[in-house]
Structure formats: structure tokens, C-alpha cells
Ligand binder design. Sequence first.
Ligand code: GLU
Length: 454
Amino acid sequence: MSNVRVRFAPSPTGFFHIGSARTALFNWLYARHTGGTFVLRIEDTDKERNTDEALKVLLDGMKWMGMDWDEGPDVGGPYGPYFQSQRQPIYDEYLKKLEDAGRTYEKDGAIWFKLEGERYTAYDDYLKAEIEKVKAEPVIIDDAVRGRVERAEEKDFVLVRKDGSPVFHFVNVVDDIAMGITHVIRGEDHLSNTSKHVELFKAFGVEPPKFAHIPLILKEEGSGKMSKRDKGALIEEYESRGFLAAAVRNYISLLGWNPKDEREKMDIGEIIELFDFPGINKGNSRFDEKKLSALNAEYLRELNIESFSFLARPLLNEAGVVNEEVDEDYLQAVLTLCQPKARSLDTLSELCGYFFLEDYSMDEKTGGKIAKKTDPKELLSEVLPILQSIEKFDAESLKTALETHAEDNNQKVFAYFPALRYATSGQGGGPDLLPMLAVMGRERVINRIQRFIG
Ligand code: GLU
């Protein structure tokens, strides 16, 4: 085990946003890559928003994506508690250290952090008043993603509010120290806070961790950051939309990172092996639903039929295509035909609905095309007795019987195919016809043809 200790430090809001999921994933990947420790710390200082349900959404989302934590809620660990709301004694102790070092003062009921440096007054355009500023030494952040960032704080800042609650900067740094965090991997929106954080580390006499600020995820169109209202923004929705966790995880790993080659579909072992800071992009990444769907389709095709059916059944059920009475063998036989064409599970009902429902829609364009060339009813009346009488209703026997019939009538066997497909599925395309008829079974096929002939 290495001494790397990283943390994901979410403030539960009731949503598991793709940006947070990406931060969690990068931390998790880095811990697994280095053989370090992944800590989950809940920054739940906002009592109104940080409810149990909000926490559950987050933990469920992480578990669904396959991220496990070595220390944190449920599992505990030597640096607990892992909820900021339960760490007040630790904050009191650390505040005392700053007080003892003469780095705090009280003003307007709040406790302030005193920056080191020369003090002077300046006119503040925003406040329209003279204010005290500090000429502090600039803080240099050697960011693993951004490179060298230099920034000087100019104003003292609050550590503990009037109501006694400690502010984010203070508890965040205290916990990183108390939990022995070695690397802080977080969203770029926190880069502007980092100089404050480094000042605090210095005041505590502690070497700051290595920072890695990861760039934003932009929405699919436009220049804005992806917000929770954008499609695809919430992890908790992917599962119900029938996305595979492994595909979503693979996709999110590529939002702002790549293995510096063309590879996109990678199993989690490969991603862990390749993941490192030099692979994190400086530029923003953009959410791309098409790329996610394409990856998801690749993962779907790889599933064995039992797993595919296990995931597909609830969605087909919800779409009203199957119910509990649909036989698992029949479902699996159908899905074996449809799986190669599936892009996501939530569009599967459009692909294979006619295998289960008798009121499947008839594609008029296809119907028109077929009727132009042949009389489908006549063709089907011709082959109906064959379908009724062949001994075994499997693809092989159907092929032999239909070929023989075609030859006897100086026809090509394919002449019968469009009408057969159209009558039994309402479609112009789909899985290979004869295996499709075989799966549907004699009774269903004959009924459908008879109904079509009228
Ligand atoms: N609670 C902060 C957030 O959710 C954590 C920031 C950090 O990782 O330091 O943004």
C-alpha cells in the first residue's frame, strides 16, 4: 500500500451530478492506480440541504458506478468521523491552534483569519469604502493539471461565523490535515479558493497537499457548464434509462482524461492502470450523448444473454411490451436476435416490441414498396400451407422448405422474404428473417399471416 491518501468531499444536495461523479471517479482511480487510500468525507455543514435522502442518492450513485471507499460512511476508519457535522471538537481544537499562534481575531461577532503581511488601506470600488488590505506573499500552487498558479490573498477571511458555524475553507483544510490527505483532486471551480487554503496550511505549519484541479464539463451545446437540468447530468437517471454502469463509468473517465492514444473502450482494470495526472486535460471537456450511447452499445453487445435479459426485462415491462407471464426462454431467444442492434436498453422496446405484441404498427412505406412489386397476400397464401405443414419450425427447415417451393415455382426464395417479414412484424428490416420466424414460433407466425391475408 502506498502513502497516497485522496478524498472525495461532497456536500450532498439530493443529486449526484456528473461533475461530482467525475471528481469522485478521478480520486478513486488515482487511489486504485497508486495503491493508496480513497476517503469519502461528507461535507454536510448545511443542515437544511444535507438530509439522509440526499446522502443516499450520493452513496447509491457511487456504488452503482462501482466505486468503493476505504474510509468513510458505513465503513468507518481511523480518521473518523467522516461527516463534518460530527467533527466540531476537532475544529475547536484546530481553531485553538490558530488562536494560540496569534492568527485570529474577532470582529462583528465572527472569528477571522489574519493574513501575514503589511497592512494598508485602499478604496474599494465595490464597497464604496476604505478597507484594510494586506500585502501578503503570493501563494504559489504547483497544480498537477494547471501547472504553476500564482495568487495573493489580499483580505483576511472569516473562519467561524457569528452563529458559531465554521466556514467551508476552514473545515476543508482542517480535515485534509487531520485526515492526512496527500492529494486534492477537485473541480476547477475551487482553484480560486486554493490560495486561502494554502494560507491556512501555512498557518498550521503543514505542507499543503498536491493539488490537481480538473477542468469543467461543458453542456452538449453552447459554452456553459453542465447544469443539473441538462440531459445526462444526473447519475441517478442513467440506471433507470437502462445505461450500463460500466459504460457510464468508462465514458465519465474520458471526460477530461485520456490515455494519450485512440483507445476509448477500456475495462476498468485498464483505466486504473493508465490513469494518472499527465493524462488529465487542461482544456474543458464537453458532454457528448452520442459518444456515451455508442460506448453503451458496445458494452451491451458484450453482455451474456442472461445479464442482458436481466437488465432488459424491467424496461420492456415498463414500456408495456412484456409482463411477468412472458416466458424467460422466449424473452432470451428474442433478445439474442435484438442484442446486436441495441444501442441502449430504453430503446429496445422499439426494436423488439412486435415479438410480444399483436398490435404492432405496420410501416406504411414498407407496405407500399412491397405492394408495388408483388402481391404480398398472394405470395403469403402460397407459402402458408408450407409453414403449417413443415415438421420442425426452425430456421434450417424453413430454409429448405421455402427454397424447394421457390424452385418448383421458378422463383428465388428471397422473393417471399419482404412479405413474410412485413406481415409478421410490420417492418422492412430487423433480425435475419428465418431465425426471427423460428423464434416467433409456428402459431404466432401463422396467425399473423392469416390476419394479414384477411
Ligand atoms: N464540499 C466541497 C464541494 O463539494 C469540496 C471541495 C473539495 O474537494 O475540496 O465542492
